[in-house]
Design a binder for this molecule. Structure first.
Ligand SMILES: Nc1ncnc2c1ncn2[C@@H]1O[C@H](COP(=O)(O)OP(=O)(O)OP(=O)(O)O)[C@@H](O)[C@H]1O
Ligand SMILES: [Mg+2]
Length: 489
């Protein structure tokens, strides 16, 4: 097995290093895939469909489908020694870039488990391992001797679970490396699911993450009270505050990437597959210019294009605009749709806003566009032509439409929520807490990223302080569902 990361000593401050083999023909072929997920124009096109990509572990069949069983066998055979380390249990997720399995960590006791967030909430205490050794220098037999410590260890038989993310071999090596590196940088961030380790065998990479019990968003979002929403968002913004402080954009904030357990009211942010560092691959955009300069440049551009012309040139010689548009449809910020070339961490805040709008309106998916133009139409229908035009101009774009349903002024988010929750007829109003949530939503769904609230500011907002009195729900380490998994050996 080619080990990609050192054994699990997550406190180690050394830089994350991937073991690299001498490039083989296979590696060279994989590089070719880099271009496959790019659009003809050359823009990265990383379109995800949140409605189809994942499934909930709670909705899965108890009997494992034959094909899944076969895939699990293949995975176990691909990595020599796999069966000594992990016992694959079931498939828990299937995304655009990976398949995720739940597995029992058979060698948990042999490593530094500082990543284990469940450890603190356990009623029993795990036996302290005085020194952490690598697998090569210690065997399981030698660990379990007859000392009191080892007797304690033998008593501790609550299984520990991990999530094994099998990244599709068609993913570009750069993308894989990027995800692992960012996860390594984000170690010790609260509410961010840490990377335990990673392995590579020829072109197959697997990332090992702590298993986090969670429910399907679609099963609980309609029942959430306003304080529930605040607790959920507090956890998500805590993660984003740390991620953004390290100048990292997640780029794919959506319910399936924030694993949340309504029973314990804890959540973790996962999936840094599309994440990037702020400022990488950036070109100056008008939105970062000072307002006067922007006005003058827009005026000049408008003047140049307002000369009479018949139709459009066959050969448009204007350079095409390239911008990162990675993300999931329905969750993309307006500046992403307007192809801003200087995107910031604020794109994640917009996506959180879409999640909150979904919860408050009790509609999932809230936005359901087929492409970016439709996505702009959806946003413009709510915010109105006037504000949408101004939002486009910020990035040097003209937004014009003759669609009659897009009014000049649009609608308030309050109205949208009342409509979508069928409260528009009787002159009903939002409750005091709902109004507080809507005020917060307005700050997250600011069309201008410069005015949009930051994660740190969000954590100071009165709405999120509703979620500050963290829930004290008792956390049972091994759930009924886990017990069932143990039985299915
Ligand atoms: N640490 C974990 N604990 C439990 N389940 C997990 C964990 N990590 C991922 N999953 C499950 O696997 C799913 C897919 O994981 P992830 O988002 O990392 O993969 P992906 O291929 O990038 O997905 P997508 O393309 O849908 O965004 C998650 O939505 C979740 O249900
Ligand atoms: Mg995902």
């Amino acid at each position: 097995m080619a080990t990609a990361a050192p054994p699990r000593c997550r406190r180690a401050e050394d830089a994350f290093r991937i073991h690299e083999d001498v490039p083989s023909t296979e590696d060279a072929e994989m590089n070719g895939h880099l271009h496959e997920d790019e659009e003809e124009e050359g823009e990265p096109m990383e379109e995800l469909d949140d409605q189809e990509s994942n499934f909930s572990e709670s909705s899965e069949e108890e009997v494992i489908d034959g094909n899944i069983q076969e895939d699990m066998e293949k995975l176990q055979n691909a990595f020599p020694g796999f069966r000594h380390r992990y016992r694959l249990i079931k498939r828990i997720g299937e995304g655009t870039f990976s398949t995720v399995y739940k597995a029992e960590d058979l060698q948990y006791d042999r490593y530094d488990n500082s990543w284990d967030f469940e450890k603190e909430t356990e009623k029993w205490s795990a036996p302290p391992l005085k020194s952490f050794t690598t697998q090569s220098s210690m065997t399981l037999e030698s660990t379990i001797g007859s000392t009191p410590e080892s007797q304690q260890l033998q008593q501790r038989r609550k299984p520990k679970f991990v999530a094994i993310k099998k990244i599709y071999v068609t993913s570009s090596p750069n993308r894989i490396l990027n995800e692992l590196e960012l996860l390594h940088d984000l170690r010790n961030c609260p509410s961010v699911c840490p990377l335990i380790t990673a392995f590579r065998q020829t072109d197959q990479v697997i990332a090992i993450l702590p298993y986090f019990r969670h429910s399907d968003f679609r099963q609980y979002f309609r029942e959430m009270t306003v304080p529930d929403m605040a607790i959920y968002l507090r956890s998500l913004f805590t993660a984003l505050s740390f991620v953004h402080a390290r100048n990292i954009l997640h780029r794919d904030i959506k319910p399936t990437n924030f694993l949340y357990d309504p029973a314990t009211q804890r959540g973790v942010l996962v999936d840094f597959g599309l994440a990037e560092r702020e400022g990488v691959d950036c070109k100056p955009c008008l939105c970062h210019d000072d307002p006067l300069n922007r006005k003058n440049r827009l005026r000049a551009a408008h003047h140049a294009s307002s000369a009479p012309h018949n139709g459009y040139p066959k050969q448009d010689t204007r350079p095409s605009r390239r911008a990162n548009r990675a993300g999931t449809r329905g969750f993309r910020a307006p500046e992403v749709l307007f192809k801003c070339t200087e995107q910031t961490t604020k794109i994640d805040i917009w996506s959180v806003g879409v999640i909150l709008l979904t919860i408050l309106s009790r509609r999932f998916p809230f936005f359901n566009s087929a492409d970016d133009v439709e996505a702009m139409i959806e946003i413009a229908t709510i915010f109105g032509q006037k504000r949408m035009r101004a939002a486009g101009q910020l990035h040097g774009c003209m937004f014009e439409t003759t669609i009659p349903t897009i009014g000049t002024a649009g609608f308030s988010l309050e109205r949208i929520i009342l409509w979508s929750t069928c409260r528009s007829d009787g002159g009903e109003k939002l409750s005091k807490y709902e109004q507080m949530a809507v005020d917060f939503l307005n700050r997250c769904m600011e069309l201008d990223p410069g005015r949009r609230i930051s994660a740190d500011e969000a954590l100071e907002h009165e709405f999120l302080s509703l979620g500050a009195e963290a829930s004290t729900v008792e956390t049972e380490t091994v759930t009924e569902e886990d017990e069932m998994d143990i039985l299915k050996v």
